[in-house]
Design a protein around this ligand. Structure first.
Ligand code: ATP
Ligand code: MG
Length: 422
């Protein structure tokens, strides 16, 4: 036998047994975002490498070590998108969607990061992103958080996620804070690892985001960004907190929350679960008022979030919420001369007359026992049985595969009977 070829490490198949849960999660997300009047945007998976370097920041984990970058046949440097915001802003500017306009957008699709694969962390993963342009008040920040809270309720995971919130202020406020933070870090060089030391001067705020426990410990005493916030950002944050209180959404203010990408300002937030171990952030977002201008557009306020679909699916599985609707309602069993064609015709008629009904025909022959076993394996609730006698008098046997009872009825009446069942 020829040698098998394997998938790329960290890039997974979504198997037929898993796809019903994925569809449920994706379907619920689509329903929730459209309930707020947001529109879908679809961007290319590949973009110019410059876009991500300029948008995300050179001194970030994503740009420094995680991008899938390659040269195409022209020698241009291209990158598989590691996140969606940069491409969304690029598309918005290029297509004139952002110029003096409001946009409420969402997208879903694969993202690529060269990370160490482990539970909840993959090299190809999927994000749902939501981005709002042209609105600068805390009201829209609050709406995005309320939207995610509604999603958690719809998925049944609201008791298992908590919200962390912070404001990282304006660019100017962060510049002053930066000096204070560098001065503090310089007194603790012995504890800092290589990454932190390197970042201390290029992008010291990123040190606050470190996963190194020893560094986290000394950071407890670091100067706090909140003490350096500008008055406008303070008022914006107070406004957001007030709206969330009014909406009954609980949150913890985490003064060290800064997020991994450079473009954020003011509001940053994360939804975290304790049920998935180290990969516990299921959704993260915030405001990025400077990014549109930074990418060549007219200055436009913006806010958004992204969530990891794999982590949501994993959380639902962990919480045993993965029980989704079976994929077949009725299974057509046929035995005898000429019954196969009649069975296919009956199924076609039912598909026409009962919208939403899932009907599967048995193929490959075999006796009743074998066919009922197949019906059971695919999870059908009902078997529709056609033998030579039924064909002769235009009837069909409807067998309840759960309860066991069976009735014979005219083929014309089956549609009405099945419509009751779904
Ligand atoms: P982390 O701290 O876990 O690396 P991040 O800050 O890099 O996350 P973001 O860039 O904010 O993540 O992406 C938003 C969401 O996308 C994350 O909260 C997470 O749910 C998901 N995500 C990010 N990277 C991965 C990955 N490699 N595999 C699976 N999901 C991911
Ligand atoms: Mg990361």
């Amino acid at each position: 036998m020829a040698k098998q070829i394997q998938a790329i490490r960290g890039m997974n198949d979504c198997l037929p047994t898993q796809s019903p849960l994925w569809q449920k999660v994706e379907g619920t997300i689509k329903q929730v975002v459209s309930a707020y009047g947001y529109n879908e945007i679809r961007m290319p998976i590949v973009e110019s490498t410059h876009l991500f370097k300029r948008a995300i920041g050179e001194v970030t984990d994503v740009v420094e070590k995680e991008m899938y970058t390659f040269e195409d046949r022209n020698g241009d440097s291209l990158t598989l998108r590691p996140e969606g915001t940069a491409g969304c802003v690029r598309a918005g500017i290029q297509n004139g969607l952002l110029y003096n306009q409001e946009q409420r957008l969402w997208y879903i699709g694969p993202m690529f990061r060269y990370e160490r694969p482990q539970k909840g962390r993959y090299r190809q993963f999927h994000q749902v992103g939501v981005e709002v342009f042209g609105l600068n008040g805390p009201d829209v920040d609050a709406e995005l958080i309320m939207m995610t809270a509604r999603l958690w309720r719809e998925l049944g995971i609201n008791q298992h996620v908590r919200l962390e919130l912070n404001s990282i202020g304006s660019l100017e406020a962060r510049a002053t804070y930066r000096e204070a933070l560098i001065a503090f870090l310089e007194q603790h060089l012995d504890v800092l690892d290589e990454d932190c030391k390197r970042r201390m001067h290029t992008n010291p705020l990123r040190v606050l985001d470190t996963k190194n426990p020893a560094v986290q410990e000394i950071l407890v005493d670091a100067p706090k960004l909140s003490e350096y916030l500008d008055d406008d950002s303070k008022a914006h944050f107070a406004g957001l907190c007030e709206l969330l209180d009014a909406a009954g959404i609980e949150y913890q203010v985490n003064e060290r929350l800064v997020r991994g990408l450079d473009y954020y300002n003011r509001t940053v937030f994360e939804w975290i679960t304790e049920s998935l171990g180290a990969q516990g952030t299921v959704c993260g977002g915030g405001r990025y008022d400077g990014l549109v201008e930074q990418l060549g557009g007219k200055a436009t306020p913006a806010v958004g979030f992204a969530m990891g679909v794999e982590r949501l699916v994993l959380l639902m599985e962990t919480l045993e919420l993965a029980d989704v609707r079976r994929s077949v309602d009725a299974y057509v069993v046929t035995v005898g001369e000429g019954t196969m064609m009649a069975g296919m015709k009956l199924a076609e008629k039912l598909r026409e007359n009962v919208p939403g009904l899932r009907v599967m025909n048995h193929f490959g022959g075999g006796n009743f026992k074998k066919q009922f076993k197949r019906a059971d394996n695919v999870g059908a609730a009902i078997a529709l049985v056609l033998g030579e006698n039924e064909i002769a008098d235009n009837t069909v046997v409807v067998k309840d595969l759960r309860g066991g009872e069976q009735t014979t009825m005219a083929q014309d009446e089956v549609a009405a009977k099945l419509a009751e069942l779904i």
